[in-house]
Design a protein around this ligand. Structure first.
Ligand code: SF4
Length: 244
């Protein structure tokens, strides 16, 4: 960014950062593996050096564009330790994947290092649907993860997919009920969309629900219910992937 005058930009107080590129998971609907060949990760010290450079130019807010910030939990802990040791804290946000093997200590360090917001791709609150999505966790794992986030004081929003291939009426209801039942552990629903097939992914093409009436109906019920239950959500990302 040498030579760039940040004052030329309206949102001039935050910069993108990347700790890793690609994803270690292979969720059936996701196009990430088509975008990035293989998974690569930087050393925590290289990220700290980059943060140090930006801080010397007055930037203290960072948005990680990783598919998941916690692909390597040892390196993530190392990064948090180094941020705390070098800067006390910097403001950062990121996408994070649900994994039951993350200790509470790491969530606490993320908070201490300055994490103020996380995006969690829950996608479903139904165990059968999660299995078909190949998400690699159960609803119980997800709830345990949300509890740890809450205990650390970390703010986050979740994303949800409605009408995933093979989702029955009961699966849909289970998913919705999971959200309503556990709303005290879910600060915000960031995004909800009917399932959309991406060419080249493992999700079954014959279930392209872009214009499927059932999926759109379930989507509308989902939105109605989260509003009725006063669950915080971002209006701009409700159905933002629906083809108009
Ligand atoms: S949905 Fe998230 S965790 Fe799954 S493959 Fe895509 S980026 Fe990775």
């Amino acid at each position: 960014y040498d030579g760039i005058d940040f004052q030329d930009y309206p949102r001039n107080d935050a910069l993108p950062l990347q700790f890793s590129r690609g994803c270690i998971r292979n969720c059936a609907f996701c196009s990430e593996r088509l975008l990035y060949k293989g998974f690569r990760m930087r050393e925590p010290q290289a990220v700290v050096d980059e943060i140090s450079y930006y801080r010397s130019r007055g930037i203290n807010n960072f948005i990680f564009f990783d598919s998941m910030i916690n692909a390597d939990i040892k390196k993530l802990e190392d990064l948090c330790n180094k941020v705390i040791a070098n800067f006390s804290k910097v403001n950062w946000e990121a996408q994070i994947a649900i994994r039951p093997d993350m200790p509470q200590r790491l969530f606490d360090k993320m908070k201490q290092s300055g994490c103020y917001n996380l995006f969690v791709g829950l996608e479903s609150g139904c165990d059968d649907t999660l299995k078909r999505m190949k998400k690699g966790y159960s609803t119980e794992d997800a709830l345990g993860f949300f509890r740890k986030l809450k205990a650390a004081g970390l703010y986050f929003g979740i994303s949800m997919i409605v009408g995933y291939p093979g989702e029955t009426g009961k699966d849909f209801r289970d998913s919705l009920d999971f959200i309503i039942r556990n709303k005290e552990f879910i600060p915000k629903i960031e995004q909800v969309n009917p399932f959309t097939y991406y060419e080249g992914t493992q999700a079954d093409k014959k279930y392209d629900y872009k214009v499927n009436r059932i999926s759109l109906k379930r989507f509308n019920i989902f939105i109605e219910e989260i509003r009725r239950n006063r669950i915080k959500h971002t209006n701009a990302f409700l159905g933002n992937l629906i083809e108009k």
